[in-house]
Design a binder for this molecule. Structure first.
Ligand SMILES: [Zn+2]
Length: 112
Protein backbone atom coordinates (compact mmCIF):
# COMPACT_ATOMS: atom_id res chain seq x y z
CA UNK A 1 0.00 0.00 0.00
CA UNK A 2 2.90 2.33 0.61
CA UNK A 3 3.93 2.69 -3.03
CA UNK A 4 0.80 3.54 -4.93
CA UNK A 5 2.02 4.39 -8.44
CA UNK A 6 -0.25 7.44 -8.73
CA UNK A 7 0.91 8.86 -5.41
CA UNK A 8 4.67 8.44 -5.57
CA UNK A 9 6.97 10.00 -8.17
CA UNK A 10 6.32 7.52 -11.00
CA UNK A 11 3.46 9.28 -12.76
CA UNK A 12 4.68 12.72 -11.89
CA UNK A 13 8.04 12.09 -13.51
CA UNK A 14 6.47 10.54 -16.61
CA UNK A 15 3.96 13.37 -16.83
CA UNK A 16 6.67 16.04 -16.68
CA UNK A 17 8.74 14.19 -19.32
CA UNK A 18 5.79 13.82 -21.68
CA UNK A 19 4.72 17.40 -21.05
CA UNK A 20 8.16 18.64 -22.16
CA UNK A 21 7.97 16.38 -25.21
CA UNK A 22 4.53 17.71 -26.16
CA UNK A 23 5.57 21.33 -25.57
CA UNK A 24 8.62 20.73 -27.79
CA UNK A 25 6.80 19.02 -30.65
CA UNK A 26 3.23 20.35 -30.71
CA UNK A 27 2.14 23.83 -31.77
CA UNK A 28 -1.66 23.69 -31.91
CA UNK A 29 -4.35 23.26 -29.31
CA UNK A 30 -5.84 19.76 -29.34
CA UNK A 31 -9.24 21.12 -28.33
CA UNK A 32 -9.83 24.17 -30.58
CA UNK A 33 -7.16 23.44 -33.24
CA UNK A 34 -5.70 26.96 -33.10
CA UNK A 35 -1.98 27.72 -32.60
CA UNK A 36 -0.63 27.92 -29.06
CA UNK A 37 1.75 30.78 -28.24
CA UNK A 38 4.46 29.55 -25.87
CA UNK A 39 5.50 33.09 -24.97
CA UNK A 40 2.21 33.52 -23.12
CA UNK A 41 2.49 32.53 -19.49
CA UNK A 42 -0.03 31.23 -16.99
CA UNK A 43 -2.48 32.52 -15.72
CA UNK A 44 -3.24 34.08 -19.15
CA UNK A 45 -6.27 32.23 -20.61
CA UNK A 46 -4.33 31.41 -23.78
CA UNK A 47 -1.23 30.11 -22.01
CA UNK A 48 -0.18 26.55 -22.99
CA UNK A 49 -1.17 23.64 -20.79
CA UNK A 50 -1.54 19.88 -20.94
CA UNK A 51 -5.02 18.44 -21.38
CA UNK A 52 -5.87 14.86 -20.51
CA UNK A 53 -7.89 13.56 -23.46
CA UNK A 54 -9.75 11.19 -21.16
CA UNK A 55 -9.88 13.03 -17.80
CA UNK A 56 -8.16 11.26 -14.92
CA UNK A 57 -11.47 11.49 -13.03
CA UNK A 58 -13.06 9.46 -15.82
CA UNK A 59 -10.40 6.76 -15.65
CA UNK A 60 -7.92 8.29 -18.11
CA UNK A 61 -4.21 7.56 -17.71
CA UNK A 62 -2.53 10.39 -15.76
CA UNK A 63 0.86 10.28 -17.51
CA UNK A 64 0.54 8.26 -20.75
CA UNK A 65 1.51 10.50 -23.67
CA UNK A 66 -1.35 8.99 -25.69
CA UNK A 67 -3.77 10.51 -23.20
CA UNK A 68 -2.07 13.93 -23.17
CA UNK A 69 -2.39 16.78 -25.64
CA UNK A 70 -1.39 20.41 -25.93
CA UNK A 71 -4.21 22.84 -25.18
CA UNK A 72 -4.94 26.43 -24.30
CA UNK A 73 -5.51 26.86 -20.61
CA UNK A 74 -8.96 28.30 -21.28
CA UNK A 75 -9.94 25.46 -23.66
CA UNK A 76 -8.92 22.90 -21.07
CA UNK A 77 -10.90 24.79 -18.46
CA UNK A 78 -13.98 24.98 -20.64
CA UNK A 79 -13.77 21.28 -21.42
CA UNK A 80 -13.74 20.36 -17.74
CA UNK A 81 -16.61 22.77 -17.10
CA UNK A 82 -18.64 20.99 -19.77
CA UNK A 83 -17.83 17.60 -18.27
CA UNK A 84 -18.88 18.92 -14.89
CA UNK A 85 -22.14 20.37 -16.25
CA UNK A 86 -22.95 17.06 -17.86
CA UNK A 87 -22.53 15.37 -14.49
CA UNK A 88 -24.67 17.99 -12.80
CA UNK A 89 -27.47 17.62 -15.35
CA UNK A 90 -28.01 14.09 -14.18
CA UNK A 91 -28.49 15.26 -10.63
CA UNK A 92 -31.36 17.66 -11.16
CA UNK A 93 -32.99 20.50 -13.06
CA UNK A 94 -31.06 23.37 -11.52
CA UNK A 95 -28.61 23.56 -14.42
CA UNK A 96 -31.50 24.37 -16.81
CA UNK A 97 -32.07 27.72 -15.18
CA UNK A 98 -28.40 28.58 -15.63
CA UNK A 99 -28.70 27.96 -19.35
CA UNK A 100 -31.25 30.72 -19.96
CA UNK A 101 -28.75 33.28 -18.77
CA UNK A 102 -27.28 35.15 -21.74
CA UNK A 103 -23.51 35.41 -22.37
CA UNK A 104 -22.38 32.23 -20.72
CA UNK A 105 -18.77 33.34 -21.23
CA UNK A 106 -19.16 36.32 -18.91
CA UNK A 107 -21.01 34.19 -16.43
CA UNK A 108 -18.03 31.84 -16.22
CA UNK A 109 -15.64 34.71 -15.64
CA UNK A 110 -17.93 36.04 -12.95
CA UNK A 111 -17.86 32.70 -11.21
CA UNK A 112 -14.07 32.53 -11.35
ZN1 LIG B 1 -7.53 26.04 -27.71
Amino acid sequence: MRNRPDKDGTHRGAFERNKKKIFATCTTCGICGKPVDFSIKYPHPLSPCIDHIIPIAKGGHPSDIDNMQLAHWTCNREKSDKLMNRTMEKQGDEIVSNRVLPQSQDWKKYRA
